[in-house]
Design a protein around this ligand. Structure first.
Ligand SMILES: NC(=O)c1ccc[n+]([C@@H]2O[C@H](COP(=O)([O-])OP(=O)(O)OC[C@H]3O[C@@H](n4cnc5c(N)ncnc54)[C@H](O)[C@@H]3O)[C@@H](O)[C@H]2O)c1
Length: 339
């Protein structure tokens, strides 16, 4: 199979620090073109990456005609995802796009429709799905703890100096970080969300313009309750970026700190007011992690027609969790999670 040629769209922090190196490291891909709406930005990024001579520019349509890429990697700001994705799909080119899928549900629905209309793959890269410990936790839930009844995740980190687009987001925690964590919750539960009650606010000391803290109670299919608590201006005792997880099932509980191998505890005997517990540490599989894993999944889908994680029909259900939580916080009511 010949090397697949990528057009990188967006030359900001993540494109330069993650996607260009990921595309360079994969033997099956190369960066054939790079654009950014800011004049000179893509050229400077290409030069910094040692890619002098590749196509650079500011206009997507011109780049698609000039480069004729095998796929587009969309690393623009969320408000640009709709336009970049739909135009690329309509040009006949599959898209691997960054999260969150879009800045509105209406835009996300239009993107899914474009994928259907054109028959082209649109996958949202949820790179945290490609975490061996997350896989191990899912396996532990299914084999040792389940059937699952309660899932809980806590995310507390103080993030300073973020990019302007992120800093100005009104619902920064739910839309920017929440989608990573809600996506992991859907993966772990193997179920989608049906309803949510959410309280979202900005702590008095927050340096963010938007709301940097939230607590959500989701009802998932099958009656599973998933609770999320998080804050992006919480100094001290940071959780990991993957969150801290607790999964409670009929047979026991599994926990994961987001860094080390997950573990489960199940009763060691059938006696006692409070039973002695037996601890089981998960077997952690070897997988291609994070951005490399996401790219490999996308390429595998192009090669075989398999459905990758983050395929748009699936990923829109993650985005819907964030927007339903926002709606609930705005109305003060429990609301359905709808696509
Ligand atoms: N998976 C992760 O862990 C992770 C981490 C950081 C960012 N992200 C996501 O990656 C995306 C980019 O984030 P970033 O931190 O690189 O942002 P950034 O602001 O540093 O870069 C975005 C770039 O896109 C360019 N751009 C905007 N509209 C464009 C358009 N229509 N055409 C071409 N270029 C355009 C901007 O000029 C800018 O250079 C966002 O969706 C963000 O949520 C994901």
């Amino acid at each position: 199979m010949s090397t697949r040629r990528a057009l990188l769209v967006g030359a900001g922090g993540l494109a330069r620090n993650a996607w260009e190196p990921t595309l360079r490291s994969n033997p099956g891909t190369e960066v054939a073109g790079w654009i950014d709406i800011v004049p000179g930005a893509a050229e400077a990024a290409a030069h910094q990456a040692g890619l002098d001579g590749i196509y650079t520019g500011t206009d997507l349509e011109e780049a698609l005609h000039a480069v004729r890429p095998d796929f587009v990697v969309d690393v623009t700001v969320p408000s640009a995802h709709r336009d970049v994705t739909i135009r690329s799909l309509e040009f006949g080119v599959p898209v691997l796009g960054e999260k969150p899928m879009a800045d509105t549900m209406e835009a996300a629905c239009a993107m899914v429709s474009a994928s259907e209309r054109t028959g082209q793959l649109y996958m949202v890269s949820q790179m945290r799905r490609y975490d061996a410990n997350l896989e191990a936790l899912k396996h532990l839930i299914e084999t040792t703890v389940g059937p699952l009844g309660i899932l809980n995740s806590d995310f507390y980190i103080a993030m300073h100096g973020s990019d302007p687009f992120r800093h100005n987001l009104e619902h920064i925690l739910l839309v920017d970080m929440g989608v990573h964590i809600f996506d992991a919750a859907r993966f772990l539960a193997g179920r989608d969300a049906v309803a949510v009650y959410c309280d979202e606010f900005n702590p008095p000391w927050s340096w963010f313009h938007g709301k940097a803290a939230a607590t959500c109670v989701f009802e998932m299919e099958g009656g599973i309750r998933y609770t999320f608590s998080g804050c992006w201006c919480a100094e001290g005792f940071h959780t990991s970026w993957e969150s801290e997880w607790r999964a409670v099932g009929e047979r026991g509980t599994a926990v994961w700190d987001g860094v080390n191998a997950p573990a489960a505890e199940v009763p060691a005997s059938e006696e006692g007011f409070v039973r002695k517990q037996r601890r089981i540490t998960a077997d952690v599989p070897e997988i291609e992690p994070f951005f490399a894993g996401s790219l490999a999944d996308f390429l595998r889908a192009l090669d075989t027609g398999a459905t990758p994680h983050g395929e748009c029909h699936d990923n829109i259900k993650t985005l819907a969790m964030a927007f339903a939580a926002i709606e609930s916080a705005g109305t003060g009511c429990r609301v359905p999670v709808r696509v």
